[in-house]
Design a protein around this ligand. Structure first.
Ligand code: 3HC
Length: 295
């Protein structure tokens, strides 16, 4: 398929990444079907897109008419069959668990047209393994956006063992049409490039806190002002979702070895449901409206 044949994109999963990807696709002019398993989830995703578009318009990054037109292009759906029936490209952003993703692909391939290309937004999981549960492993690759998708330029385009050049070219051009900078990742290895670097950094920050070697705000100040990163390690963990980072680490620990053992503090946060900004509390408390207090 050529880029100019892509009209409809189905985005599966309306969480932090899913709704952000849907927003980016709608801003680029595509018709978007945003799907999640519950009405409440998909509505939350849709509301977040509306919030974000309004914020972008308020900051004059886009025009108010552009914001309105983009929102009009998004249809929130619960029915998976309906969401993918006309899709030229399916971008999957469901939870970072191999079993969940495999189950979703089993269902998607039953309803998606033969021409549809599948792109997974997985943060770390094997593209090859996921592609092999579908009927079209050559029309399958990774398309990994960063949080928040509407503000982050990079997209990793990851080749699985079976991804065809045509598929990789299409997804690379699709990312460019969304005003993103695609980077081709040749090797399908856990965490690809960015998360192989970034997630261990979050884990190390958690170990420092766990060992009482420094406070959260000391760690965050040094990552911002010493390492020159836009957010402190704990601020970023809250932004990305502590559960997302933890699941990536679990997978990297399982596949790459003990250097990636998740800090118990991360498991505790996930068990308590303190997942970061999206749940109102993570390492920092956002419920009081103050968020992270980093000097
Ligand atoms: N849509 C619209 N506006 C948004 C937004 C969104 N999704 N998210 C935040 N904003 C708004 C904020 O509400 C704030 O508005 P306010 O000033 O009215 O309160 C404003 O944007 C802040 O934007 P600024 O440009 O003024 O601030 P920054 O210069 O700090 O930029 C940032 C914000 C681009 C998020 C920057 O802090 C940044 O780059 N952070 C690092 C993010 C990062 O590294 N992401 C990658 C994570 S790794 C990942 O996602 C991979 C996964 O697989 C784990």
């Amino acid at each position: 398929m050529e880029l100019d044949e892509v009209e409809t994109i189905a985005v599966l999963g309306a969480g932090n990444m899913g709704h952000g990807i849907a927003e980016v696709a709608a801003l680029a002019g595509y018709t978007v079907n945003l799907r999640d398993i519950k009405e409440e989830f998909v509505q939350n995703g849709y509301d977040s897109i509306e919030w974000s578009l309004n914020k972008l318009a308020e900051k004059e990054r886009i025009g108010a008419d552009e914001a309105e037109a983009a929102l009009d292009r998004v249809t929130p759906l619960v029915d998976l069959g309906e969401a993918v029936a006309d899709a030229d490209v399916v971008i999957e952003a469901v939870p970072e668990k191999m079993d969940i993703k495999k189950e979703v692909y089993g269902e998607v391939e039953e309803h998606a047209p033969d021409r549809a290309v599948f792109a997974t937004n997985t943060s770390s999981l094997s593209i090859t393994e996921l592609s092999e549960v579908t009927d079209r492993p050559e029309q399958f690759c990774g398309m990994h956006f960063f949080n928040p998708p509407v503000r982050m330029d990079l997209v990793e385009v990851i080749s699985g063992a079976h991804s065809s050049d045509e598929t990789l070219d299409l997804i690379t051009e699709l990312a460019e049409s969304m005003d993103k900078t695609p980077v081709r990742v040749r090797k399908d290895s856990p965490g690809f490039i960015v998360n192989r670097i970034l997630v261990p950094q979050m884990n190390e920050a958690a170990w420092i806190l766990h060992e009482d070697a420094a406070t959260m705000s000391e760690v965050d100040s040094t990552s911002k002002y010493g390492l020159g990163l836009p957010m402190g390690a704990f601020e970023l963990a809250d932004q990305v979702g502590i559960d997302v980072g933890y699941h990536v680490l679990e997978y990297m620990h399982e596949t790459l070895g003990d250097a990636y053992e998740p800090c118990p503090l991360l498991a505790e946060k996930v068990e308590e449901g303190n997942l970061g900004k999206k749940s109102g509390k993570g390492f920092y408390d956002y419920e009081d409206g103050e968020g992270a207090q980093v000097p």
